[in-house]
Design a protein around this ligand. Structure first.
Ligand SMILES: [Ca+2]
Length: 132
């Protein structure tokens, strides 16, 4: 029985290494399109793999919003799919402006994403094993 202990420890430590902390921050957009109902009221919904990380506040009447929210996911893994959905908040039906999807990689990254209906979403993220 004693010989199985090192094996268990090996499995545990490899699980710990495989999981990393994702931090998403500095979300901003430029030139969001106007609609019939006026200037865009933009917000972003964030998920990573199967985990929903939440959404930003709505930036009313602003084609160039900057969102101060940060999103953290403690159980992210390399190559998980980070998904950012940009919406225009409306009274009846929120309009999807575009979806940005990317497999995450270790390190510090900044990306621009061209939205299907116009405008650019820019965001930064870090993925690593740092502990706080
Ligand atoms: Ca709107």
């Amino acid at each position: 029985m004693a010989s199985s202990v090192p094996f268990v420890m090996l499995v545990l430590s490899s699980l710990i290494v495989a999981e990393a902390q994702l931090r998403l921050f500095n979300l901003r957009a430029s030139n969001l399109p106007s609609s019939l109902f006026g200037t865009t009221d933009g917000y972003v919904k964030v998920s990573c793999g199967a985990a929903k990380l939440g959404k930003t506040s709505v930036s009313n009447d602003n084609p160039n919003p900057w969102w101060s929210e940060e999103f953290t996911h403690f159980m992210a893994q390399e190559n998980d799919k980070l998904k950012l959905e940009v919406y225009d908040s409306d009274l009846i039906f929120d309009d999807l402006l575009g979806v940005c999807e990317r497999a995450i990689a270790l390190g510090v990254h900044e990306h621009n994403c061209y939205l299907e209906k116009g405008g650019i979403l820019t965001y930064s993220y870090t993925l690593g094993n740092q502990t706080h």
